[in-house]
Design a protein around this ligand. Structure first.
Ligand code: SAM
Length: 289
């Protein structure tokens, strides 16, 4: 049996009882470590803290050794994980909800094709935790992902999606890039030796807004402007989560602190949505939920 278990958003205690039971009866436990991370596992010094997070998960709660499944492992060696699940119980842990990232649907499809039984244990996801700001989850359009721009790679396909959502008066959730275990350029260019990795990087709300405004300036189609109202979120689900509403220009100046961050571009609002948003507007309150 393959158990795909959502861990929720905050810390190790957010696992559900059903999820914990499945972990405890599994012979092998993997944790997916590249589409999202628990808020308590990250600090500005990056990877060392991630390692601590996995050790803590092992010691504190689950009492099992946990194998960290990075992108390489999930994408290239998924069959090894699935093979184990044909003859024993395997738990595959995902931060948030298993279906809050597109990757894990692929794992389910592969498992089903191999005849492996799959059970999913759901949990809170960023996709519903953003509801805390008062914008109705029913009134969102297509979610977009914002990748880090580089000198030579500045993809902007999110622009049309945001434009479409805004024409329909819908809100847009922007998920912000996470780069963990990216091979360094030097190691990609060298044939020999151990692979070297870049330090982890997590996109901040301010970087996301800078990139959005850069693309708007290039396109000039007024999909949004620096005066468009947005909501920035940091560390949703943790004790120190931060939710701030304001114009893009205002949010550029806000320090949202440690990752993870995401951003919502607000569409047309209902009076009750407005009332809730007011609690998070910069002038009145920069408070936590
Ligand atoms: C692929 S998505 C989330 C997948 C996860 N399985 C889930 O259901 O929440 C990852 C992105 O969501 C956002 N995110 C995830 N957790 C967050 C949190 N606790 N607070 C703010 N943003 C978060 C970040 O922008 C991050 O890059």
């Amino acid at each position: 049996m393959l158990y795909i278990i959502g861990l929720g958003l905050g810390d190790e205690k957010d696992i559900t009882l059903r999820g914990l039971e499945a972990v405890q009866k599994s012979q092998k436990v993997f944790i997916e470590a590249y589409t999202s991370l628990l808020s308590f596992g990250i600090s500005s010094d990056g990877l060392s803290t991630l390692k601590e997070m996995y050790n803590l998960l092992q010691e504190k709660l689950y009492g099992k050794s946990i194998t960290v499944a990075d992108r390489e492992m999930v994408e290239e060696k998924a069959d090894d994980i699935l093979l184990e699940a044909t003859s024993s119980d395997v738990a595959f842990l995902v931060v948030g909800d298993p279906f809050g990232a597109t990757t894990h649907t692929d794992l389910v499809v592969r498992a089903k094709k191999l005849g492996v039984d799959v059970k999913v244990v759901h949990n809170a996801s960023v996709m519903n935790a953003i509801g805390v700001c008062g914008l109705q989850l029913y009134r969102y359009g297509e979610t977009v992902s914002l990748p880090f721009f580089t000198d030579t790679w500045r993809p902007d396909s999110f622009y049309e999606k945001i434009q479409r959502n805004r024409k329909l008066g819908l809100h847009t959730l922007c998920l912000l890039d996470i780069r963990v275990k990216e091979p360094s350029l030097e190691s990609l260019c060298s044939y020999r030796g151990k692979k070297q990795y870049e330090p982890p990087r997590f996109m901040a709300v301010s970087v996301a807004i800078e990139q959005l405004l850069e693309v708007e300036q290039m396109r000039g189609e007024n999909a949004y402007t620096e005066d468009t109202t947005c909501v920035g979120f940091a560390r949703l689900g943790s004790e120190d989560q931060l939710v701030v509403a304001g114009s893009m220009k205002q949010l550029l100046e806000v320090d949202f602190g440690l990752p993870l961050h995401c951003l919502v571009i607000v569409g047309d609002t209902h009076p009750v949505e407005e009332e809730m948003l007011d609690f998070y507007k910069l002038a009145k309150n920069q408070g936590q939920a």
